[in-house]
Design a protein around this ligand. Structure first.
Ligand code: PGA
Length: 252
């Protein structure tokens, strides 16, 4: 089996002013300074990205954008380009989060374009996928994920996607306190790896990091991380507090 370095990522969504974000990042930096063997990423709001990048520079924490637009520059009011994220110091970018799909008309087609733009610019894409509660209850979980993965990764070769990270986030578990059980999450992660084997090949499928997201907390992270196909976590609410997020980072 490939050696996949775990990734613990914090999605700060639309929370924190610049000074609050810098304070949390500074605290986190101290808390996790001696943590090894795990990659750490935080994704602040756009206004705080540059300041947070400065604050964690040289540490073991990387910074990500929460979204991007696929063009490099142009008359696209309100958008941020991949080069702009790189320019301020981002290494990662979250793409296709369910909140963007739900409220901001993100589609599998736009996700596909954004992944291409991220890769072209050297940003590590974190592609989010996940089924809604109704879809799960209707037995459609695998077919929904199949479509999101195939459309999101359409036209790529395994070689293009060397850095790709996938985040499986069941929509019913985001911000609800309802976590998928480790068995439910493992079942999906295993399915995703077999899907990647089918679309690409086994070597690639074994190398891709697949994160779980949805109400991850210090109390449930170890159990989730003990599963063979869970390679990390994308954390929302519990990433806003440096002490709580540090406990998740130190899941071992
Ligand atoms: P949550 O959010 O941890 O607050 O459930 C996860 C996410 O949306 O990435």
């Amino acid at each position: 089996m490939a050696n996949r370095t775990p990734l613990i990522a914090g999605n700060w969504k639309m929370y924190k002013t610049v000074s609050e974000a810098v304070e949390t990042a500074g605290q986190l930096k101290k808390n996790v300074a001696d943590t090894a063997g795990v990659d750490i990423m935080i994704a602040p709001t756009f206004t705080a990205i540059a300041a947070v990048c400065d604050s964690v520079k040289g540490s073991n924490i990387d910074v990500g954008g929460q979204d991007l637009f696929w063009e490099t520059e142009g008359a696209y009011t309100g958008q941020l380009s991949p080069t702009m994220l790189v320019d301020v110091g981002c290494r990662y970018v979250i793409i296709g989060h369910s909140e963007r799909r739900q409220y901001f008309a993100e589609t599998d087609e736009s996700v596909n374009k954004k992944i291409a733009a991220a890769i072209k610019t050297g940003l590590i894409p974190v592609m989010c996928i996940g089924e809604s509660e109704n879809q799960r209850e209707a037995g459609q979980t695998f077919s929904v994920l199949d479509k999101q993965v195939k459309k999101g990764l359409k036209g790529f070769f395994a070689d293009d996607l060397k850095t790709l990270v996938i985040a499986y986030e069941p929509v019913w578990a985001i911000g609800t306190g309802k976590t998928a059980t480790s068995t439910q999450a493992q079942e999906v992660h295993q399915y995703l790896r077999s899907l990647l084997t089918e679309i690409f090949d086994q070597t690639f499928a074994q190398s891709v990091r697949i994160l779980y997201g949805g109400s991850v907390k210090p109390e449930n992270v170890s159990e989730l991380m003990s599963m063979p196909d869970i390679d990390g976590a994308l954390v929302g609410g519990a990433s806003l507090n440096a002490d709580i997020f540090s406990k998740i980072v130190r899941f071992q």
